[in-house]
Design a protein around this ligand. Structure first.
Ligand SMILES: NC(=O)C1=CN([C@@H]2O[C@H](COP(=O)(O)OP(=O)(O)OC[C@H]3O[C@@H](n4cnc5c(N)ncnc54)[C@H](O)[C@@H]3O)[C@@H](O)[C@H]2O)[C@@H](O)CC1
Ligand SMILES: Nc1ncnc2c1ncn2[C@@H]1O[C@H](COP(=O)(O)OP(=O)(O)O)[C@@H](O)[C@H]1O
Ligand SMILES: [Mg+2]
Length: 306
């Protein structure tokens, strides 16, 4: 492990259980990331490899056939699933192909680099409609929700018995989804609370700092909505692909069994922590999402109780 230059200013909000000597990769979840398109193969690769660095046992990336080799080439531990595509993006046949591959998964993340064409829309609708698998929707999956207005439809709400759904919009994506101005943090947090209240989703409002808005599990009658503010991260993270990395971390922690609020808080914390270490090792301007991704490997055990 490379020598750390920084220490966390505050402890993680929640922690993962420590790893038993007898552990095997099945203990740490089998997750799937869905996305990518020609020209944006990097985004889904960042998300998928981030899921590995956050401790997932097995990670697959379901991508348009046209970018399979590029995505597979990023990391030998990553498995890939080719899906039908038109010239650049998923085709309308992609969902019917993917739906039969969901059975033994523990979480799925969708959206990075996906594009918003007809194939992407069918995939988002299919993943949103199934309620057995924890789901993270980011980037173009959120843009599809905005374009189709699906979140106005209560049929997509999640009960406490359903698997959770986590949205991870940046302010621009949240503005498209809710009309709350990207420049008005309190309006955006109120809009996120409304999504939690109406649909029982968990929402990561990304930014500097990020917030996690959701309900803690446990007492079904406890309808309190928490708005938790992250204590890690820095402006060096305002760089292409940084959010794609977070998508993989949230998916990974859901797949390791954390509830939506805990997975989202811990993911945001460790992602910002990796951003802080990356800024110290490089510079605000010089660091990239790849540095944040790779530094996760050095600090991931800070998520685990001693
Ligand atoms: N290497 C890759 O393949 C990359 C692919 N990406 C994909 O590109 C697609 C488009 O995502 P982008 O986020 O780049 O484009 P968007 O058009 O969604 O967001 C960019 C715009 O949103 C607004 N915005 C973003 N963050 C904001 C903030 N903090 N405050 C106020 N306004 C803000 C700004 O107007 C900005 O111009 C996504 O599918 C994404 O996953 C990006 O993640 C970049 C890297
Ligand atoms: N000034 C900042 N301070 C802290 N974190 C930031 C800052 N700017 C961006 N980030 C983080 O970087 C990530 C950017 O996400 P996003 O805009 O989706 O990037 P991309 O889509 O290019 O991957 C988010 O997690 C956000 O919280
Ligand atoms: Mg993004």
């Amino acid at each position: 492990m490379s020598k750390l230059l920084t220490k966390a200013a505050s402890p993680p909000p929640v922690q993962l259980p420590s790893r038993k000597q007898s552990a095997h990769k099945g203990n740490f979840g089998r997750v799937l990331l869905v996305g990518g398109s020609r020209g944006m193969a990097g985004s889904i690769s960042l998300s998928s490899i981030a899921a590995l660095h956050a401790g997932a046992g097995l990670v697959s990336a379901a991508v348009p056939d046209a970018v399979l080799e590029s995505v597979a080439g990023f990391h030998p531990a990553l498995m890939t699933i080719p899906l039908p595509c038109d010239s650049a993006e998923f085709s309308q046949l992609a969902w019917s192909e993917l739906r039969s591959r969901l059975s033994d998964l523990s979480a799925v993340g969708c959206g990075p680099g996906m594009g918003t064409g007809a194939g992407s829309r069918l995939l988002v609708k299919g993943l949103l409609s199934q309620k057995k698998l924890p789901l993270v929707l980011d980037a173009d999956a959120i843009n599809v929700l905005s374009m189709e207005g699906w979140l106005d439809d209560e049929q997509f709400a999640r009960s406490d018995e359903d698997a959770p759904c986590v949205l991870t919009p940046h302010p621009g994506e949240l503005q498209r989804l809710t009309n709350a101005s990207a420049k008005d943090v309190s309006a955006q947090l109120q809009a996120a609370e409304e999504l939690v209240r109406r649909l029982n989703f968990t929402v990561v409002v990304k930014g500097g700092p990020s917030h996690v808005v959701g309900r803690s599990p446990g007492d079904a009658n406890d309808t309190t909505i928490q708005v938790w503010q992250n204590t890690t991260g820095n402006p060096g993270m305002a760089t292409a692909g940084c959010g794609d990395v977070l998508t993989g971390v949230v998916t990974s922690l859901l797949g390791q069994g954390l509830d939506a609020m805990a997975a989202a808080q811990l993911a945001v914390w460790v992602h910002g922590r990796s951003g802080d270490e990356s800024a110290a090792r490089h510079s605000y301007a010089g660091m990239t999402a790849l540095h944040v991704l790779e530094t996760l490997a050095d600090i991931a055990d800070e998520m685990t109780s001693d």
